[in-house]
Design a protein around this ligand. Sequence first.
Ligand SMILES: Nc1ncnc2c1ncn2[C@@H]1O[C@H](COP(=O)(O)OP(=O)(O)OP(=O)(O)O)[C@@H](O)[C@H]1O
Length: 525
Amino acid sequence: MGGTVSANQDDANLLEVRGLTKTFGTLTACDHIDLNVAKGEIHALLGENGAGKSTLVKMLFGTLEPNSGEIFWNDQAVTITNPGFAKKLGIGMVFQHFSLFEALTAAENIALSLDDGSPISTIAAKARALSYSYGLPLDPQSLVGDLSVGERQRIEIIRCLLQMPQLIILDEPTSVLTPQEADKLFETLERLRSEGKSILYISHRLEEVKRICDRATVLRHGKVVGHCNPRKETAASLARMMVGNDVQAVVRAPVQGIESAQPLLEIRALSRRPATPFSIPLRNINLTVRAGEVIGIAGVAGNGQGEFFESVSGEVPQQDAASVRIRGKDAGGLSITGRRLMGAAFVPEERLGHGAAPRMKLSENLLLSRHATDGKVFVGAGGMVKSDAIYAAAQRIIKAMDVRKSAPDPEAAALSGGNLQKFIVGRELDRRPSVMVVNQPTWGVDAGAAAHIRQTLIELARSGSAVLVISQDLDELFEISDAIAVMHNGELSKPLPSAEATFEKIGLLMGGAEPGHAEHALETS
Ligand SMILES: Nc1ncnc2c1ncn2[C@@H]1O[C@H](COP(=O)(O)OP(=O)(O)OP(=O)(O)O)[C@@H](O)[C@H]1O
């Protein structure tokens, strides 16, 4: 038994939610939420990190049970007790954290969730046809482990569409997509809307909400605080509704005399062969990041940024020890711990898995990542763990980054996505590293918290550290970087000082133009 349906009342909404409430311990994550989604509309669900958006949609999809409240589907009261029942009703969901098996192909992953007994070849053919018809081409035979996050998300979307849903819930779908992929997704969503389907859309990217959403419901601290037509709002007014006050603008004063500052991170002729047929080779990368500066790395996802981060961080050490130098010493042969011991800190793109162990408490996650580098602080004589010191450090980070949570020291998996990202960035900042390398620093983070993280990275640099930020968000890079380099097909352009960089120049480099040609194309246009 998946759930119940009983006849009811009034209007013609596809989905109506009344007084839906969910508590975790003493925290009321969703507090008497009312929400209507009409047929054929794209409805945005907005709110700062931890506002209760994911909790709400998990109740709609049957993965969380509400404490109280009612859900009506096509005017019928329903009790959605599991995802199977939600799918049967016609509710499909594309998750924020991907739930695909890396060792299986796209088609095998889809077959697992469809569970309808069709032969895999039939499912693969259907997936391929649907993916092409919606402009999201997919090779069903490709192994998930070899795919970029954007391609993996495409599988999730196709898997959802194959179930012919009436309502599609998307939880932060574009945070991992390139601008081009996001455009494709918007076209798909607009087509679904024109077919009469409804979409519930969660996103922190307010410009895209303005672009594609018909209505918005805004949550704050688990309560509905407003409704609006996003097209009539500005990004700033939407942010204000979410946060409750104005979001502080990021301030970056120009750096002086950077040429003579000490190089703290040097990449010298870094090359790497592709580890799998699908990974990108790195080709003779050279870059210097000096004390006091923030260098940004732009690029369309899948151009070697992941491989570059692995090589710089030591997730994958190099043969050539001099290819990565930290504070004037060769570090290329060292592991991530070895590089951390030299004063470097690294924040990977993936929050769960690489960034944090989901079932461990925040304090345990802290010990896990810092016991090797901060042994004296956290581990006493005879290997005794100093629980009090670890707990105090975790609380310090939580306070500094304004991490919102439901218990003093929750498991990482109990944090909302954006709050976990804040904790992971804060955990590294707390060490006051001399070199900080971050991949996608504000992935899934709300406007207020993103501004805080960006400001903190600038301040870390200005206090004498070298900061390297890899990001797909060009606005972010322009806001925080003193110079921007572009990664394309495993090659890195020379950094352009931000005073000279424009969206057009960076965009041309991202598209693969030779640096000289990019300048020329702009001068003659
Ligand atoms: N399984 C859980 N156990 C305990 N607390 C939880 C659990 N899941 C969520 N919470 C808490 O409920 C609150 C709402 O979280 P939720 O994930 O719904 O927020 P969100 O609006 O989706 O945030 P984000 O934008 O960061 O994804 C948060 O304070 C979170 O810590």
